[in-house]
Each structure stands twice: as C-alpha cells, then as structure tokens.
Design a protein around this ligand. Structure first.
Ligand code: PEP
Ligand code: MN
Length: 340
C-alpha cells in the first residue's frame, strides 16, 4: 500500500495510522521526498483501505500489489516528468536527447562537444570523468578536475551535465557540478550508493545491470525513491546474453513493459547496447518507436582517436543526422496510439 500523507500531518496522527496498520500486521516505512510524504505499508492481510483513507492527515491511499511500491504505476498512473531547470525536462511528453563522448578527455574536447551540441540545440551532455573499465590499465577518467572543466563550459552554454558517479565518497565532491547523476550498469545494485543518491536532490539516471532483470531495476529505483529522491530516470542499455556478435543485447521488450509498470521516464542507450557505430542509429529509432522518453548516445569529433568506446561512437555528421531522425521519429510515434 502507498499512503500519501498531508504535508501538515501531525506526528500524533501519523502514529495513529502506523498503529492501525501494525495492528493488521503491516510493517510501515516512512518516506519523505522533495515532493511528498508517504507511508509504504507491506503486509498480506486483507484490510478495508477506506478505514485508513478516512483517517486524519491522509491525502490518498492506494493498493499496490507489485513488490516495488513507490515506483509502481499502480498508484501513480500519470507519468513522471524530471525537471532539470531552464525548461529542460525528461518524460511525460518531453523527449530528451543526451549526447557526448564516452569519456571527458581534455578541455579542447569539452569545448568542441559543447559547440556541436549548441549548434544542434541539444541541451544535455554526457561524458564520464570516473570510468568503470574492464581493465585497470585502460583510461579511467579525469576525475573531479575534469568534471569542473566540464561544468564550467556547459554552464556557460546553458547545457546540463549527466555523468557517472561510481561510489558514495564521490557524491559530495561532484554534487555542485552535476545535473544528473548516472548510476552505471555495474553499480545498478550498489544499494549503499542508491541510498546515498536518494538523500540528494539531484536527478539520477539508473542503468540496468549487465544481467539485471526488470524487477531488479525497479527495486533499485525503489531504493532511491524510498531514500527521498523521486527524480529518477531508468535506462535500458542492453543486457548480457549468449550472443557474441555484438556487445550486449538491447532489450527493446523492456521499454513498453517498463512504461506499463512504472511512472518513471525510460531512456535508452543504444551505444553501449550494440557497441557498433553503424547500428546505433536504427536502434535509437527503434527504441523511440517502442516508447523511449529519451536517447543517450556517444558522439566525438574524431571517434577513431577517442580514449574509450570509439568503435560505438558517432562522429558529429552522423550525430546530426541522428538528432534529426530522432525528432521526426518521436513526432511520428506521437501520431500513433502505442503507449500502455
Ligand atoms: C557509460 O555510459 O559511460 C557506461 C559506462 O555505461 P554502462 O554503465 O551502461 O556500461
Ligand atoms: Mn562508453
């Protein structure tokens, strides 16, 4: 059950509600987010929810029979919109494009990318400064100094930043420079990290784990929400399968399914899914048709010399074609009645 409490509920009234639920063998968790006050009640007994709904201080009550609760669409049928400020939004009819290099490499590359994005009216730049690499000998990112440069140039250009945070200790240093924290596939179930990001007021894009199920992704999102942060974006980035012909298998099925199960926006990363440059475009467009609220992909002035993931990175000419195609595809999708 998800119980939305009135903002001005007294402690006494809240305790009466909790007592009543506990008497019916429900355990209660209190959740306070940027937007609302909730009680999440877990239990098996049949209870008449009207008896709780009519208590003082209750705004609304919803039966949610999914195992995850706050991220479920069973209590919130309207899709959530994540607001990054300055009119930049993701979800619920706001389609987002996020583009940029795999890794932030140097100041010149930041400036190049910012100019490219500005020219094409793209408002969100991606780029890792803390890179999770399979080999410890690969380029692992410029760290916080790189993020400061990244932030300086994006702020000047009115572009928002999405970048990966790999561990709890980085949050504090990164927070003033980041518009969206990215949780990478390898950290999708790092529950300590999710808890701590839940205590921030910065939107989080949570990637699906390398072998993560849809339920596991939603439970991870539930960690962030229940810790206090409602501003969550989910990202399908391909899952590991037996197929070796490409990097990962983009689970297009996950897109409409997630749109049915959760009110959170769903973004797709075709670059890390297929890992092959010439197929990023068709997969991006397929993902939009399947219901994606946004696409995040890798672009670089010279992919051949990129410090990481050059093989799946589009050059600017290719990226420009993709921006145009994505906008057209999104417009076309909206003329059809495809959404769950
Ligand atoms: C990335 O987006 O930079 C990245 C490392 O992706 P993933 O966590 O999906 O592998
Ligand atoms: Mn990459």
């Amino acid at each position: 059950m998800v119980i939305q409490l009135k903002k001005d509920i007294t402690e006494q009234n809240k305790n009466l509600i909790i007592k009543k639920l506990e008497n019916s063998k429900y355990s209660c968790s209190q959740v306070k987010t940027q937007k609302d006050n909730y009680l999440v009640a877990i239990g098996k007994n049949e209870i008449d929810i009207r008896r709780i709904g009519s208590m003082n201080g209750v705004n609304d009550i919803h039966r949610v029979d999914d195992n995850y609760k706050l991220v479920s669409r069973k209590w919130k049928t309207e899709y959530s919109k994540i607001n990054l400020g300055d009119g930049i939004k993701i979800g619920n009819d706001d389609f987002a494009i996020m583009a940029g290099p795999c890794s932030i490499e140097n100041e010149e590359q930041i400036i190049d990318t910012v100019n490219h994005l500005k020219k094409n009216n793209i408002k969100i730049m991606r780029g890792g400064v803390f890179k999770p690499r399979s080999s410890p000998y690969s380029f692992r990112g410029l760290g916080i100094e790189g993020l400061k440069l990244f932030s300086k140039h994006c702020k000047n250009a009115g572009i928002k930043i999405i970048t990966e945070v790999m561990q709890v200790s980085q949050i504090e240093d990164m927070i003033e420079y980041v518009d969206v924290f990215q949780v990478g596939a390898r950290n999708s179930q790092n529950f300590n990290l999710l808890d701590e990001l839940g205590k921030t007021n910065i939107p989080v894009m949570l990637k699906r784990g390398l072998a993560g199920t849809i339920d596991e992704l939603l439970f991870s999102a539930e960690y962030i929400f229940s810790a206090g942060n409602e501003q969550i974006i989910l990202c399908e980035r391909g899952i590991r399968s037996y197929e070796k012909a490409y990097r990962n298998t983009l689970d297009v099925n996950a897109i409409p399914l997630l749109k049915e199960k959760t009110h959170l926006p769903v973004v797709v990363d075709p670059s890390h899914a297929i890992g092959i440059r010439q197929f990023v475009k068709p997969l991006a467009l397929a993902s939009i048709m399947a219901g994606a609220d946004g696409i995040i992909f890798e672009t670089h002035k010279q992919p051949e010399v990129a410090f990481s993931d050059g093989q799946q990175t589009l050059n600017y000419t290719e990226a420009e074609k993709l921006y145009d195609n994505m906008k057209k595809t999104y417009k076309f999708r909206k003329t059809l009645d495809l959404m769950p």
